[in-house]
Design a protein around this ligand. Structure first.
Ligand code: ZN
Length: 225
């Protein structure tokens, strides 16, 4: 019997068209955020340190405005609910694994929340500013700094007997993509995987992923299924 499939799907830039972590911090801490975002992108600073510092710039009383801003501006990439439905019909596990925050990830996924697992971060008030809470830190096998550790979540799924498929777009998906059984990638992640010679399929919408997976000729079937 084939191993069961577990899909780990990124949120910012993947399910959500925009990176809402960057959008929120640029809106509410415009002075300091851009340099920190660029440092993270260049990998001069860990995600954990960069995102923690960005949110420390935002006064805690801005939280309700931030929640409203993020909810109004989160636009989902077409086909995400169709892909979750496709996964459910195949009895696959679907997890959203996000370095973003519960206040915009959970509302966006409300229609499917009872069918999937959601891993994300949250913020609290500390000394008048926002403080990021990281509930899913790095495990012993990770080299650290992830904030929310996607490789650690991948390893837990694999230890439970799953073949793991990663779907993502950014630098924060790279470590887990290297470990995955197969990857659907777009953006910087696709560029980096191409450079590293790691098998993957690119996509624009989640309908592309369903179409690919539905084809018996697709490369994903060599690794998963
Ligand atoms: Zn880690």
């Amino acid at each position: 019997m084939n191993a069961p499939v577990s899909i780990l799907c990124d949120f910012d830039g993947t399910i959500s068209i925009r990176d809402m972590v960057a959008a929120v911090s640029l809106e509410f801490a415009p002075q300091g955020s851009r340099a920190l975002i660029e440092s993270i992108q260049r990998q001069d600073m860990t995600v954990r340190d960069g995102v923690t510092q960005m949110f420390r710039l935002i006064p805690a009383d801005k939280y309700p405005d931030m929640v409203r801003y993020a909810r109004e501006r989160t636009v989902l990439r077409p086909g995400v609910f169709a892909l979750i439905d496709y996964a459910m019909k195949n009895s696959w596990k679907f997890s959203v694994v996000s370095g973003g925050f519960d206040f915009f990830v959970r509302p966006a996924l409300m229609p499917v929340a009872s069918f999937i697992d959601i891993y994300c971060n949250r913020v609290r008030a500390r000394d008048g500013f926002l403080d990021v809470v990281w509930p899913y830190g790095c495990d012993d096998e990770c080299n650290g700094g992830c904030g929310l550790c996607k490789p650690a979540i991948l390893r837990k799924n694999r230890a439970a007997g799953y073949k793991v498929v990663v779907i993502g777009d950014g630098i924060t998906d790279l470590k887990s993509a290297r470990l995955a059984d197969y990857v659907f990638a777009r953006g910087i992640l696709a560029d980096r995987l191409k450079d590293e010679g790691i098998s993957h399929t690119t996509f624009e919408t989640f309908h592309d992923i369903i179409r690919e997976w539905s084809s018996s000729e697709a490369e994903v079937h060599q690794y998963v299924g």
